[in-house]
Ligand binder design. Sequence first.
Ligand code: FE2
Ligand code: FE2
Length: 317
Amino acid sequence: MPDDAELLAGFEATIAADQRIEPRDWMPEAYRKSLVRQIAQHAHSEIIGMQPEGNWLLRAPSLRRKAILLAKVQDEAGHGMYLYAAAETLGVDREELTEKLISSKQKYSSIFNYPTLSWADIGVIGWLVDGAAICNQVPLCRCSYGPYARAMIRVCKEESFHQRQGFELLLALVGGTDAQREMVQEATNRWWWPSLMMFGPGDADSPNTQQSMAWGIKRHTNDELRQRFVDMTVPQAAALGVTLPDPQLRWNDERGVHDFGEPDWDEFAAVISGSGPANAQRLAHRRRAHEDGAWVREAAQAYADKQAARAAKGAVA
Ligand SMILES: [Fe+2]
Ligand SMILES: [Fe+2]
């Protein structure tokens, strides 16, 4: 049997060679815990993220838009399922993670605590929120933990559809009336800063980043990803003819990237700690859905017990 030092050396060699750690492999407890926290938070975000858009399913302006939005919201449910399954390979179970979500012991992305007030919000969420999710998630396809990396490959393909459906929806609106163009601008004004906050605090205030990068879980810092998102989004905003609500936003020739302002980090802290505009509503809804689904879980359990009992009887006879 290899001793702890040998196991750790093996783990570190795998990371250094940029190979994947698989569920059967030995891993440091802190690595496992950190992944459980990150993957659970990610899974919860996918599930809670269905709510702001679900809010518009019955009010989509056409059958085509409704079908697209429905497909998108269902994708997010699927993302949640892959991610809970990835977390389960680390020895936790989905029931336990769901309990932690509904009792506020685990978090989800701050962005889903903002309300969707107009139809343009649906387009802006696809464009900015899914766009930011893509920036965050594409590097996770190379995450050192195999099941998480593989889940991300499929998730990212679907996210790119989400981003394009949002952009296409907005293109239709900006080609419409003045009122529709104003609606797009107003939605952009509300979602821009919360989208920048999706990358998390600045690098100086992100204590876990260094360890996460050393473990090959994260590949870029929060500020690097935020910069990439801004640079990607500016030409898209120009194509739509909307203004991003940041007076400090401008191209910096020397750095070869855009300069931009600081999000309101006090607002971010408030939303993360539970007092954002829709935190209470999101959690109450999730709790209710969990309670309403109790009979399905009970029926599935009763069926599984019956099958197991039948199999055991068969084995005895
Ligand atoms: Fe998603
Ligand atoms: Fe998405």
